[in-house]
Design a protein around this ligand. Structure first.
Ligand code: EPZ
Length: 426
C-alpha cells in the first residue's frame, strides 16, 4: 500500500506513514491490569474508593458498567475513578456484560465475600487462548464456596473461611480472586504458588489501605488474615508497565529518544534487558526510563515469555514486531497463551519473514513495507502499529476496538512523539 488511503468500510482505522524517528516524553498512567481488579474489589469495600491516574480505556468503562449493573455508583472524575458500592444490591452478571472482558471474572471473589452469592456468565476477552477459569473456581471452593457450573455460567454460594491453597500455575487472575475473597473470609489463608506480578502487589496495598491484612505479594507465598470490614480509601496504582514497554519498544523500532515517566523501571527489567540486546540504549531513573536508538534494531535473539519477573507475555507481540524489522534472526517463544501469534500473519503482509512451529516463532528480520492490516487482539494490535511506524511507506491498521481496550489515545501519544499517524473513521 503506497501512500494511499484504503476505501472506507465505516470502521475506524489508523493511517500510518512509517520511517519517522520518535522524540519526546510520554507520561504513563495507572496500569490497566491493576485498575480492573481494583474496580472489582470495590464491591466488598464499605465506603467510597478513589483510584487516581486512570484513563478512560474501554476495558475500564466496561468494568464500571459491571459495577453499575450490580447497584454500585461509579464515575470518572479528577483524572481518576470514584466507586461506591455501599448500595450494591445484585449479585448476578449476564453475558452482555461478562462477554466483553475477561476481568468480569474478578467480581466472583468480592461479590461472594460481600453477599455470600455470585453468579456470572463465562467471561469473554482477548481471543489469545481458551482462558479457562478452573483455578479461580478451585481457589474459591478451597475457601468454602459451593460452586455449580452450567454451559454458560457459574454460580457461587456460601460463607468463606480461610484455607491453605496451592496453585499449580501462577495465574494472575486466580491469585487476585483468591486474595480478594480471603480478605473478608473467616480466619487465615495461605496461598502458595501465587503470581508475583506488580499488579498483585497493588491489590495487596489497596486492600491493606482499606484495613485489610495481606502480606507476601510479589512472592509465591501470600498470607491473608480475613477481616470483617474494609473501609474506603484513595489509592494510586502502579504505572502501566506494559504501556511503558510498548512506547519503549516503539522507539527501539523507529529510532530516536523517548522518555517514559510515571512507571517503576524495576517492573520492566526483563524488557529493558531485551531492548539492550536489540541495540537500544536504556537509561533507567526514578519513576521512568529513557530509550535511545539509531537506525534498525539488532535481532534481540531469544525472547521467551514467562510469569513475572520473566519477559511479559503482553509485550511478546510488540517485540515480535521489533524482531521482524531487525537485523538478524530471533526466536520468540510464547509460553503463557496458546493463541498469541495472531499478529504474525498480519506482519507477513508487511513483508515479514516469520515461521511458526507450535509455541515458537522464528523471525528473520528485514525491512518491512506498508500494508493494510487488522488487529485481532489488544497487544497484537499494538504490534501492528509499531511495525507500521518502522516500515517504509503507508499502512492502515483496523480493528481499533481491540487497541482501545488498553491504550487510551494511542494515536495522540504516538503523534506527540513525532509519528505520522492519524485515526480516520467514516
Ligand atoms: C492477566 O490475565 C492479564 N489480564 C493478561 O493481560 C496477562 O497476559 C496475563 O494475566 C498473564 O500475565 C488482566 O490482568 C486483566 P493468567 P489472566 O490467569 O489473569 C491459564 C492484556 O493484554 N489459566 O495469569 O487471564 C491461562 O489459560 C491481558 O493486558 C488456567 O489454566 O492470565 C494461561 O495459559 C491479556 N486456568 C495462564 O494460566 C485459570 O483458571 C496464565 O493466565 C486461569 C488461567
Amino acid at each position: 500500500m503506497k501512500n494511499s488511503v484504503p476505501p472506507s468500510d465505516g470502521f475506524p482505522k489508523y493511517i500510518i506513514n512509517g520511517g519517522r524517528a520518535l522524540f519526546g516524553e510520554t507520561e504513563i498512567m495507572s496500569a490497566k491490569n491493576s485498575i480492573l481488579p481494583l474496580i472489582a474489589c470495590s464491591a466488598m469495600i464499605d465506603g467510597e474508593v478513589y483510584l487516581s491516574r486512570c484513563e478512560r480505556t474501554s476495558d475500564s468503562e466496561n468494568m464500571l458498567n459491571i459495577m453499575r449493573s450490580l447497584g454500585g455508583r461509579c464515575r470518572f472524575a479528577d483524572g481518576g475513578i470514584y466507586i461506591d458500592c455501599r448500595g450494591l444490591s445484585r449479585c448476578r452478571l449476564g453475558a452482555e456484560l461478562t462477554g466483553r472482558l475477561r476481568s468480569s471474572v474478578f467480581i466472583l471473589g468480592p461479590l461472594l465475600a460481600r453477599t455470600g452469592r455470585a453468579e456470572i456468565c463465562y467471561p469473554g476477552g482477548c481471543d489469545i487462548g481458551p482462558r479457562p477459569i478452573d483455578l479461580h473456581i478451585y481457589g474459591l471452593r478451597m475457601l468454602g464456596a459451593e460452586i455449580t457450573e452450567s454451559d454458560d455460567s457459574v454460580t457461587c454460594r456460601g460463607n468463606l473461611r480461610g484455607a491453605r491453597i496451592e496453585l499449580p500455575l501462577p495465574s494472575v487472575g486466580a491469585t487476585e480472586n483468591i486474595i480478594m475473597a480471603a480478605a473478608r473470609a473467616e480466619g487465615r489463608t495461605v496461598l502458595c504458588g501465587a503470581a508475583a506480578e506488580p499488579e498483585i502487589t497493588d491489590l495487596q496495598n489497596f486492600i491493606n489501605a482499606c484495613g485489610g491484612r495481606v502480606h507476601g505479594a510479589g512472592t509465591r507465598r501470600i498470607e491473608i488474615e480475613g477481616v470483617r470490614r474494609l473501609h474506603g480509601t484513595s489509592f494510586t496504582p502502579s504505572g502501566d508497565r506494559i504501556a511503558a514497554g510498548t512506547f519503549m519498544t516503539a522507539c527501539a523500532i523507529c529510532g530516536g529518544e523517548v522518555t517514559v515517566t510515571g512507571v517503576n523501571p524495576a517492573h520492566l527489567a526483563s524488557v529493558t534487558d531485551a531492548l539492550r540486546r536489540a541495540g537500544a540504549e536504556v537509561e533507567e531513573r526514578t519513576g521512568g526510563a529513557t530509550v535511545r536508538a539509531v537506525g534498525r534494531p539488532r535481532a534481540p535473539g531469544r525472547i521467551e515469555t514467562k510469569p513475572y519477573p520473566g519477559f511479559p507475555t503482553d509485550l511478546q507481540s510488540p517485540f515480535t514486531a521489533l524482531a521482524a524489522c531487525a537485523k538478524g534472526t530471533s526466536y520468540i517463544i510464547e509460553n503463557l497463551f496458546e493463541n498469541r501469534f495472531r499478529h504474525i500473519p498480519q506482519l507477513i503482509k508487511m513483508g515479514a519473514d516469520i515461521t511458526v512451529c507450535g509455541r515458537a516463532a522464528t523471525v528473520r528480520g528485514k525491512k518491512l513495507h506498508g500494508a493494510e492490516t487488522e488487529a485481532e487482539d489488544l497487544r497484537g494490535g499494538a504490534a501492528l502499529v509499531l511495525a507500521a511506524l518502522g516500515a517504509e511507506g503507508s499502512s492502515a491498521v483496523s480493528g481499533l476496538r481491540h487497541i482501545d481496550r488498553g491504550y487510551y489515545d494511542f494515536c495522540g501519544r504516538l503523534s506527540a512523539l513525532g509519528a505520522d499517524i492519524r485515526r480516520i473513521s467514516q
